[in-house]
Write a protein that binds this ligand. Structure first.
Ligand SMILES: [Zn+2]
Length: 250
């Protein structure tokens, strides 16, 4: 893809490997990375792979429509520097450093409370897993995901909404398609998970797995009851309508 060379700073951001890539392209001037990250990814940074010219044009229009809508909801947030994030203990998930500490404490407290309650409380005894299904997601990763998943969502949109699996890309309204995708995937740079304070909890109770999704079931879990009683004291607040999603408020 010739674009990588022409847009040196783009290739660095997309691949997320920092300065190493600059030396890989010695003829490219040093990247001008905006430290405040105020610049969303552009539609011309998307990949045309496996798409007809019409479908690629639709991909770009849809992306632009999605970003336009997302930017009316909240500001763009670029990927955090690695030093600003830390692993939540005993997980493979990162959060902003202060949020990671709080989440580590929260999970430890929830597990001790579960162990202490297990003798008398069947729900606590049946809670075999307390953990995370998602936390910090970088804007870079989200852009790569959007780029990769567009084809799949376009197909789903044609089948489910248009009920015409072979419908021409020229016949598709990009705003409708952007809305369809937006219900499944945040626009890159606009997810609540990109500031490093959001966490999606996961629990397993009586063999049933509760992660992101299924709000009704989630609210019946021992873990949710515990979160409701204790998470605010540790600095977390629930996102309305998503019992698994909590944000750390410093
Ligand atoms: Zn979430």
């Amino acid at each position: 893809m010739g674009g990588l060379r022409e847009h040196g700073h783009t290739s660095v951001r997309l691949l997320g490997t920092g300065p190493a890539l600059v030396t890989a392209f010695p003829d490219v001037p040093p990247p001008k990375v905006d430290p405040t990250g105020s610049e969303p990814y552009r539609a011309d940074e998307l990949s045309a792979a496996a798409l007809s010219p019409e479908a690629f044009a639709l991909k770009q229009r849809t992306y632009a429509a999605h970003v336009l809508f997302a930017s009316s909801q909240r500001p763009f947030v670029a990927s955090l520097p690695k030093a600003s994030t830390a692993l939540v203990a005993d997980t493979r998930f990162r959060m902003r450093v202060d949020a990671a500490t709080a989440a580590t404490n929260l999970l430890a407290e929830a597990k001790s409370a579960r162990d202490a309650a297990a003798l008398l409380d069947e729900d606590a005894a049946d809670t075999t897993f307390i953990g995370i299904t998602s936390a910090y997601r970088s804007a870079d990763a989200q852009f790569a995901r959007w780029d990769e998943l567009f084809g799949k969502y376009f197909e789903a949109y044609r089948t489910q909404v248009l009920q015409s699996p072979a419908a021409s890309p020229l016949a598709v309204d990009q705003k409708q398609l952007a809305r369809f995708i937006g219900r499944r995937l945040a626009a890159p740079g606009y997810s609540l998970h990109q500031t490093g304070v959001a966490i999606d909890f996961k629990t397993i109770q009586s063999g049933q797995r509760y992660s992101a999704g299924n709000g009704t079931g989630w609210r019946t879990t021992w873990m949710y009851g515990w979160l409701q009683r204790n998470a605010v004291g540790i600095g977390f607040r629930q996102l309305k309508g998503e019992p698994w999603h909590w944000d750390f408020q410093s």
